[in-house]
Design a protein around this ligand. Sequence first.
Ligand SMILES: *Cc1c(COP(=O)(O)O)cnc(C)c1O
Length: 230
Amino acid sequence: MNVIADNIEQIRERIKKAALDRGRSPENVRLVAVTKTVSPEQIRKAAEAGLDCFGENYIQEADKKIKALADIGVSWHFIGHLQSNKAKYAVRLFDLIHSVDSLKLAKELNRQASGHGKIQKILIQVNLAGEQTKSGAGKQAAVELISDIARLENLSVQGLMTLPPFFDAPETVRPYFRQLADLRDEIAAKNIANVKMAELSMGMTGDFETAIEEGATLVRIGTAIFGERS
Ligand SMILES: *Cc1c(COP(=O)(O)O)cnc(C)c1O
């Protein structure tokens, strides 16, 4: 077995254990393999090992790789910061965009999706710690943003995403995962038409088990699959 297949096997086991420990079904946690800086050859190996969902951070890099890998038939997610002027490409390339954090961006995605005859699935990125250096809407802003986006016919909100402040200790991050889950419940309780709150995108190599314990449905894992990025 190659290293990538071996890593995937181990991560799958860890995902399964974390889910079962909390009485959750492992099938409700989807592994998004994060492939920024990863070559198409390595991505192909991961697909051969059974992965069907990949996450990219940069439009230009993703465009090349997605074209080179058109034959493998996997789902691509956008997880990086998205500028409105790249919305057109994002709509063409990705099944799910995890990082919508402003009405300006949402309107442009809606416009492009409409021109493309597509209902674009999106997540709202929430910046829970109010970090200046990170993208994402604050909690209150996220709630307002979702009410506004609900009126955009070619967008479909599926849930929330967060990138918590980086700590080495997963226990330090746990309160942020819990806050995102609480916010999801709060928004779901509003029963906003055209808004689903099914997905929670949270958890990376260093903390995905904690994220799963707190309700993650999408874990975004790069390093543990492909090794350290150069
Ligand atoms: C790079 C990246 C990840 C993956 O991080 P790892 O620690 O390598 O698993 C997850 N989410 C986002 C938004 C990223 O940019």
